[in-house]
Design a protein around this ligand. Structure first.
Ligand code: FES
Length: 212
């Protein structure tokens, strides 16, 4: 019996998580962070383009035991479901499948669900499957930059105050990042920004400038 109020299922998934690791060549992927605690989770999916069924789902976690356990359960739940079915999985379902989580850890399941939904959204954007074609705004771009991290500080670009400017004209985006062009992670950050923005349905080009 654990000293802490975790169910046996949570402990089992924490000790022996399913579907852990980085997927090579995923069809959809996400990295999301929790504002509540700063933890992060990455979710990867492989999708059958004919049937829209998620054939494989994996995750990586930089978080607590609940984060790892929910990553494990959420990828289990997603496998074999269509994208539309998987989108309906909510945090209560994830938490229930784990035999319940302490209320203070509810955000951990919210985070995992958010990771899965964002990976599905990433797949849909890449494949032109977005149904609700809402025009992209500077706010939306700024929101997405909250999921691009500077590995040196562990802070996202927005919280780290590294976004100097965003302009959006006729689907052409220009983002000015307050970092030197020879920053050790400049290329990673560039790729991450591109990955988050360029697949939006109405975005035609993304220019990223590093200025210090
Ligand atoms: Fe933050 Fe669990 S404490 S994800």
């Amino acid at each position: 019996m654990s000293k802490f109020p975790y169910s046996e299922t949570v402990l089992e998934h924490f000790r022996h998580p399913h579907n852990v690791g980085k997927m090579e060549d995923p069809d959809g992927e996400s990295v999301v962070g929790s504002p509540a605690c700063g933890d992060m989770v990455a979710v990867y999916i492989k999708v059958n383009a004919e049937t829209m069924v998620i054939e494989n789902a994996m995750f990586e976690s930089y978080g607590c035991a609940s984060n790892i356990a929910t990553g494990s359960i959420i990828t289990d739940l997603a496998k074999g479901k269509t994208l539309d079915e998987a989108k309906k999985i909510d945090w209560k379902q994830a938490s229930a499948a784990l035999g319940g989580l302490p209320p203070i850890k509810a955000h951990c399941s919210v985070l995992a669900v958010d990771g899965l939904r964002t990976a599905i959204q990433n797949y849909e954007e890449k494949h032109g499957l977005v149904k609700e074609k809402v025009p992209t705004t500077v706010e939306e771009i700024n929101k997405r930059l909250k999921y691009v991290f500077n590995p040196l500080t562990g802070l996202d670009l927005v919280r780290g105050k590294l976004v100097r400017d965003i302009t959006l004209v006729d689907g052409h985006v220009k983002i000015v990042v307050d970092l030197p062009p020879d920053h050790i992670f400049a290329n990673n950050i560039r790729e991450e920004i591109d990955e988050k923005i360029s697949h939006l349905w109405d975005i035609k080009s993304v220019e990223i400038q590093f200025i210090s």
